[in-house]
Design a protein around this ligand. Structure first.
Ligand code: AMP
Length: 583
């Protein structure tokens, strides 16, 4: 196939904004193409060379492209730069530069689709020293043989700007139109959603039609497009929609990961199908150790944890780890993570996506032995509003965003790439931003782990309830201590140590060590939320919960000038919560 035939189609696509017309144009192209070329055409039309989850990406730096164009046309770099500033599109710049400047060549051969594809792939793959020259040469060679309009599209695809405006769905529709009938669309959609490879779907449709599509199933190494959830505002509506009963799970606030395990090889993909493996060697190792089987595709949420308080940290802490190439070891120590698995889509040769959720969950529990770093999502089958509300509060306390309700009916399959009511999220804003510091009193402590072994890892902090004259816990504090302060804590606190909880301390948490309320620390938190574990202002906002300070940090200031009774009161914290509750 000649590249110019593809370019003619690109021009036609660009001249319309009608989706139907685009579908017709593409269907015609597919029908008239050799099956062996379909994959390449599909990827190129989307401005890519391979499916998204492959590493090869196009996107030559503008500067490099500018030099290449100057090399290929003989035009001065300064002239091209000026043109670029005016046009803003390397495609048009290339076309114009060609028209005015190109040195006449006697021996140019027409570009073929295969040559363009192979050269672009080499460009995408070349890295390391000397790679710039290789890329420039490959591209200049193609430009040398290109017509001006071919140059326009070569420039756009090489610099990662091939925006033809053709949506994935349009390509899929035109493949169906070319090789099957309208009724086969759901089968084609499913094939795409489970393989995430539109080129593969196109090739199979062209070669084998519908029958081939039906044979396409989940492949270890091809991330599935993630199943998504709808949202409803109340447990009543959720239960009604689910037929009175559903599985409720904690909705963790982290990074969704799809783990593809094949023997010793583990690959991790994000919800957007990016390869995350490089940034999470600890997760790879933990999953490898926890997995009992030959191969699997598992899904879960990767959450950052504070190893000293055992509490979940804000999502941003895990995002530091994404896409990192350097400093992984430090990042692993600074931002340790844990995975909570919630689904199993494939196990030992069997595609499980068509099974109901309870069966997939059973497969998951069968193939994973839980560890410190690999756990299941907390889950309960519930059938009444009261229990759902209770579980919801528990989830908030654990640092989660709310609950995910999942259908456990016979039709509760894994619907890759679809948002629907088989999964429903239940979140409500029970958080309030904290802008001021508070003064809290130490009432207990927890032994340290990791780098804090032998010291206190976290302190149990309380507010003072002036109405009842009692101390009420509000937070586990583990951040903001420098090494010297941490080392000096036992000396500062141990003189107030008690054999058991102080009689005027209300705590639902069991500290390793208890203290008489005496030492007051200044603390800044990120937000106030509800918690059934903490006793501060218990029952004032919700019957079954108190207030908690999330993500607290010690500011470094010991308020030795303050009596424990002068610490921030529970009443004050309640009005802070109410005053700043997020809308
Ligand atoms: P949202 O991003 O608000 O649409 O919520 C969906 C996201 O919640 C998913 O993509 C997951 O990353 C995340 N999530 C957290 N916990 C769970 C869970 N137990 N089951 C499914 N998804 C979860």
């Amino acid at each position: 196939m000649l590249y110019k035939d593809l370019v003619r189609v690109y021009e036609a696509l660009e001249s319309t904004s009608s989706r139907l017309e685009m579908t017709d144009i593409l269907a015609e192209l597919f029908r008239s193409s050799d099956c062996a070329h379909i994959r390449r055409i599909v990827y190129l039309t989307q401005g890519a060379l391979v499916p998204d989850f492959y590493p090869e990406k196009l996107g030559l730096a503008d500067k490099l492209y500018l030099r290449t164009l100057s090399m290929a046309t003989g035009a001065k770099e300064s002239e091209i730069r000026q043109l670029w500033a005016h046009e803003g599109d390397p495609g048009i710049v290339t076309e114009k530069a060609f028209e005015s400047k190109r040195q006449t060549t006697l021996f140019s051969s027409p570009l073929t689709l295969d040559r363009v594809y192979d050269s672009l792939l080499k460009i995408a793959r070349s890295e390391g020293s000397g790679s710039q020259e290789v890329k420039m040469r490959l591209l200049a060679d193609m430009l040398h043989d290109a017509t001006p309009v071919e140059g326009r599209y070569l420039a756009r695809i090489a610099t990662g700007r091939m925006r033809l405006g053709v949506a994935t769905q349009t390509v899929l529709d035109s493949l169906v139109q070319a090789f099957a009938s309208k009724a086969d669309k759901p089968a084609a959609e499913r094939a795409f959603n489970v393989t995430s490879d539109l080129g593969l779907v196109g090739e199979v449709l062209c070669q084998e039609g519908l029958e081939g599509l039906e044979r396409l199933h989940v492949i270890v190494g091809n991330p599935l497009r993630a199943m998504l959830a709808e949202r409803l505002p109340s447990p009543e509506e959720i239960l009604e929609r689910m037929g009175g009963r559903a599985m409720f799970e904690y909705k963790y606030d982290g990074l969704r990961v799809q783990a593809h395990i094949d023997g010793d090889r583990v690959k991790l993909y994000s919800r957007r199908l990016e390869d995350l493996t490089g940034g999470f060697p600890d997760v790879v190792k933990a999953l490898s150790a926890a997995f009992r089987g030959k191969s699997a595709i598992l899904e879960g949420e990767c959450v950052p944890v504070d190893i000293n308080t055992g509490e979940l940290l804000p999502f941003q802490e895990v995002s530091h780890r994404r896409g990192r190439k350097h400093g992984i070891t430090t990042a692993m120590e600074d931002y340790p993570v844990r995975v909570h698995l919630f689904d199993c889509l494939y196990l030992d040769g069997e595609d499980l996506t068509c099974l109901p959720l309870p069966d997939r969950r059973t497969a998951l529990t069968r193939c994973i032995r839980v560890s410190e770093d690999v756990r299941f999502s907390e889950a309960k089958v519930l059938d009444n509003v009261h229990d759902v509300e209770e579980f919801f509060t528990e989830a908030l306390t654990a640092g989660c965003e709310g609950l995910m309700a999942k259908s456990i009916n016979g039709d509760s399959v894994y619907r890759a790439g679809a948002r629907g009511f088989l999964w429903i999220k239940y979140k409500r804003e029970y958080r309030s931003e904290m802008t001021d510091t508070v003064d809290l009193v130490v009432v207990g402590a927890f032994h340290g782990r990791g780098k804090r072994g032998g010291l206190y890892g976290a302190l149990l902090m309380a507010t003072y309830n002036s109405e009842t004259d009692r101390f009420e816990t509000v937070s586990k504090l583990g951040s903001g201590f420098d090494d010297a302060t941490l080392a000096a804590l036992p000396e500062k606190l141990d003189r107030y140590r008690l054999p058991q909880k102080h009689p005027r301390v209300d705590s639902r948490m069991n500290a390793d060590v208890w203290f008489e309320p005496a030492v007051v620390l200044e603390v800044l938190g990120a937000e106030l939320s509800l918690s059934p574990i903490h006793t501060c202002a218990f029952g004032k906002v919700r019957e079954d919960a108190g207030l908690a300070i999330r993500f607290p940090r010690f500011t470094g200031v010991f308020r030795d000038d303050k009596e424990p009774r002068d610490t921030t009161s529970s009443q004050e914290l309640l009005s802070m919560y109410e005053g700043q509750r997020k809308k």
